[in-house]
Design a protein around this ligand. Sequence first.
Ligand SMILES: C[S@@+](CC[C@H](N)C(=O)[O-])C[C@H]1O[C@@H](n2cnc3c(N)ncnc32)[C@H](O)[C@@H]1O
Length: 269
Amino acid sequence: MDIETVARQLGAVSDTPRPDARRLIKAAGDDEARLQEFVARRLRGEPVSKIIGLRGFWKRDFVVTKDVLDPRPDSETLIEAVLRFYPEKTIPLRFLDIGTGSGCLLTSLLDEYAHATGIGVDISPAALAVAACNTKPFGKRIQLRTGDFTASDFGQDWGVFDVIVSNPPYIKTNDIDLLAPDVRLYDPRVALDGGSDGLSAYRTLAACVGNLLAPGGRVFFEIGQGQGDQVVSLMEAHGFSVISRDRDLSGIERVLVFGKSTPGAVVSG
Ligand SMILES: C[S@@+](CC[C@H](N)C(=O)[O-])C[C@H]1O[C@@H](n2cnc3c(N)ncnc32)[C@H](O)[C@@H]1O
């Protein structure tokens, strides 16, 4: 099948039929049967990334499977925020990525900071297996850990970090069934479900990140649309101040940056 034929078929399910067709054709190589299988899966609503097993994020292609959230362009707002706060690229920052999934955030950050190291933690061993593929080029600079941020001993032996990043699950449980099928059916529920108000992960993280943050360190959270004020309140209750509120390319508030409140201190980006 040529690109026109494939794109025409995909027009029934996709807003981007030509780029989808191009990627499926490239991934199928010369194998026509494989291409037909890929097209059939796309027509059933499966995202191209999950079909071909790769998704672009920041500067790399990441391996993705059914066990990890597809990295989203919105999450690049978080990388941009870190870069703005830490413009000196040679500093040996220590990162913690809570809910690392595919490892896309931590990997992209270590791509930018050549002397940085980091720990990526996730509750899902299957997600960590995917992260292990994606973080392999970084050798010992990245360590992956199985961990549950709701556990009382979370991060106990890990020391402290200059930068903590997290894109935790933040969809309200009752809203998950309303999501588009390519999210609802193909991203893992554990990556989406933020509890009844969507904020349960932030509630827990607000209480534990302080113990994991080095003096002067900063916390970067991705948030869902309209969650900003509530997440700021949760963090303020644990002695943090919000120092930046960043919007994604659609103009939606997407990333909050926090530092520990020190009376009289001026924290600037
Ligand atoms: C929204 S996904 C983010 C994945 C990746 N960081 C990204 O930005 O694409 C949230 C991740 O948090 C993990 N997670 C959910 N609950 C967790 C918990 N209690 N402890 C640790 N990780 C958890 C999920 O397995 C999932 O990989």
